[in-house]
Write a protein that binds this ligand. Structure first.
Ligand SMILES: Nc1nc2c(ncn2[C@@H]2O[C@H](COP(=O)(O)OP(=O)(O)OP(=O)(O)O)[C@@H](O)[C@H]2O)c(=O)[nH]1
Ligand SMILES: [Mg+2]
Length: 288
């Protein structure tokens, strides 16, 4: 068990079929799991409660993933907040790597699919290109050496939430968090992470409109009125290379009845145990 209390925030919009692949795999010794329901019509909240009787269900006031996450962060009571998706894309077994990065001194630990040991099977080439362009843009405009930007798996100390002053409603929220973490001069760690395809259902992301929201966010953060608080090239960005969720050693298991080969283990892991990882030291990616 981590000495710090960990709150896991999961935004979910019609993810009832996917939750059984996600919630049971959250380490059982976390402080709380908060599921932010976006007025789902498929029984998401009920399924969450049946899978995890102690889950905290939070209703979001507005619409969009950003709105949902902000509601979840406001409700969190732990020392550390971990955000991950409800569609099976993000592996809860990676949580200990994020915690480790925070325990090692990071204020903010962001998942990266493009760090050694990370990867994705859920990103079409045009989305990959868009994300890469945004990464380069953020490096040029804000400094740091991020390798990923629009990824929904991140963790941070709850005390940094006021510093981020989040006000995004949609899929630009991760970009806003990542950029504001740099602007606030936070110690940011990147943690290698593997993103899987969503298991059931369809994406809520609309590539062009949501890509435009990300682009607008980047420019507004750099050239809008908030630029006065910018501290580009702040403290170092630190990378914590880890193996991609130990997938090389994970035993594939069959989900009970959907026929999908699912590489996650049947049992959740403990925060203290985590996934076997490479003996890779922390790696400084950028000097201030
Ligand atoms: N509460 C809430 N959750 C949302 C909303 N929009 C998206 N989500 C959740 O946010 C997570 C990421 O959304 P996705 O639709 O998977 O977007 P994506 O990962 O970019 O798209 P895919 O690659 O197709 O999975 C999922 O857990 C969604 O259920 C929303 O408006 N409200
Ligand atoms: Mg997804």
């Amino acid at each position: 068990m981590s000495a710090a209390k960990v709150s896991v925030v999961v935004p979910a919009l019609n993810e009832a079929q996917n939750l059984r692949h996600v919630l049971p795999l959250i380490p059982s010794d976390v402080h709380e799991v908060i599921l932010v329901d976006g007025r789902s019509t498929d029984g998401t909240a009920e399924v969450a409660r049946s899978l995890l009787p102690h889950v905290r269900l939070v209703a979001q006031p507005g619409r969009g993933k950003g709105d949902a996450l902000r509601a979840g962060f406001a409700a969190a009571t732990g020392d550390i907040v971990v955000m991950l998706d409800a569609d099976g894309s993000t592996d809860p077994r990676e949580i200990p790597h994020f915690i480790e990065a925070l325990m090692n001194g990071a204020d903010f630990a962001k998942g990266s699919r493009f760090l050694r040991g990370g990867g994705t099977s859920d990103m079409q080439s045009y989305r990959r290109l868009g994300n890469a362009s945004f990464v380069i843009m953020v490096r040029l405009l804000f400094g740091g050496r991020y390798t990923d930007l629009c990824y929904g798996y991140n963790a941070f100390w709850r005390r940094v939430i006021p510093l981020l002053a989040l006000d995004g409603d949609g899929f630009e929220i991760e970009t806003m968090m990542n950029v504001r973490a740099l602007k606030a001069g936070l110690q940011v760690a990147e943690v290698a992470s593997f993103e899987h395809e969503r298991i059931h259902g369809t994406s809520n992301l609309r590539t062009i409109p949501d890509g435009m929201r990300v682009l607008r966010t980047i420019f507004r953060e750099r050239f809008g009125s908030a630029r006065s608080v910018a501290r580009p090239n702040g403290r170092p960005v630190v990378a914590v290379p880890v193996e991609s969720a130990g997938r090389a050693t994970a035993v594939p298991v069959m989900a009970p009845d959907d026929g999908i080969s699912w590489p996650f283990p049947a049992e959740p892991i403990s925060l203290a145990v985590g996934i076997p990882k490479a003996d890779a030291p922390q790696q400084v990616l950028a000097e201030p």
